[in-house]
Write a protein that binds this ligand. Structure first.
Ligand code: SAM
Length: 240
């Protein structure tokens, strides 16, 4: 997969080149290119923003600069363009899976009050464009939101995770939150690892994990449980 990110703070994205994703880049599983938006400015100050039409606080990112940047970065086979914004559709694990099947993604990091809407409307005539939010809060800029999305997508690419089962058993994969995990030692600060996990009885372990997932989801995210199709819950689940 190829990912291009356009930003006024290219160095902000450096952490994406470390750890698991760094290895994915080295192994050629992910091709990541970060572009400085100011490359497409013409004035001496390399300005990317201007005051908003209609008045109000803050500045808006200029359409000319973004338009030329996206024309160049999105040239060739049209990519899927992702524009982070708190006013977007919520980003979910299902979207991460969907994005992981794309051959090319381009992310456009906004700053200030965001990007002039005509840039998004114009790009939408040539490619698929998603305005996406990573949560109900407002960040300073799109870079952190893009890091969140790129990390969620890249770990799903074939070969990136050492054990692909990890992604299959993560929270949200079956519509539930994952239950608690434990490692050695068996007892730590007088707290013992639940006995069933040490029993070697895999059927009982699977049942325990499922019960824990349902109880945790019920306590923390009842909305997820309510959204599950009734047939995905067995008799034992419903009795909890
Ligand atoms: N005026 C905008 C609003 O209220 O919808 C907020 C702009 S925010 C200060 C600046 C930039 O940060 C946005 O253009 C977007 O790129 C990014 N951003 C902030 N919060 C975000 C969120 N929850 N999800 C995705 N991107 C976000």
């Amino acid at each position: 997969m190829r990912i291009d990110i356009v930003t006024i703070f290219p160095e902000y994205l450096d952490p994406l080149r470390g750890a698991l994703l760094g290895r994915a880049i080295e192994r050629g599983l992910l091709n990541l290119d970060v572009h400085d938006l100011r490359r497409w400015t013409y004035d001496v100050h390399k300005g990317v923003d201007d005051s908003p039409y209609g008045g109000g606080p803050g500045m808006v990112m200029k359409p000319q600069v973004w338009g030329e940047a996206l024309d160049e970065v999105c040239a060739g086979e049209p990519p899927r363009l992702v524009v982070p914004t708190p006013a977007g559709r919520p980003f979910t694990q299902a979207m991460a899976h969907e994005y992981a099947t794309e051959s090319r993604l381009v992310f456009a990091c906004g700053r200030y009050e965001g990007i002039d809407q005509r840039v998004i409307d114009d790009a939408s005539t040539r490619m698929r464009v998603d305005e996406v939010s990573i949560g109900d809060y407002v960040l300073v800029g799109g870079e952190v939101a893009v890091m969140v999305m790129v990390e969620a997508v890249a770990r799903l690419l074939p070969g990136v995770l050492g054990n692909p089962l990890s992604a299959e058993q993560d929270s949200f994969s079956d519509g539930l939150l994952e239950g608690p995990s434990y490692t050695r030692p068996e007892v730590w600060r007088d707290r013992a690892v639940p006995e069933v996990l040490r029993s070697g009885n895999h059927k009982a372990i699977d049942r325990w994990r499922r019960d824990q997932a349902i109880e945790r989801t019920f306590a923390r995210r009842p909305d997820l449980l309510a959204a599950l199709p009734p047939e995905s819950l067995d008799k034992h689940d419903r009795a909890l």
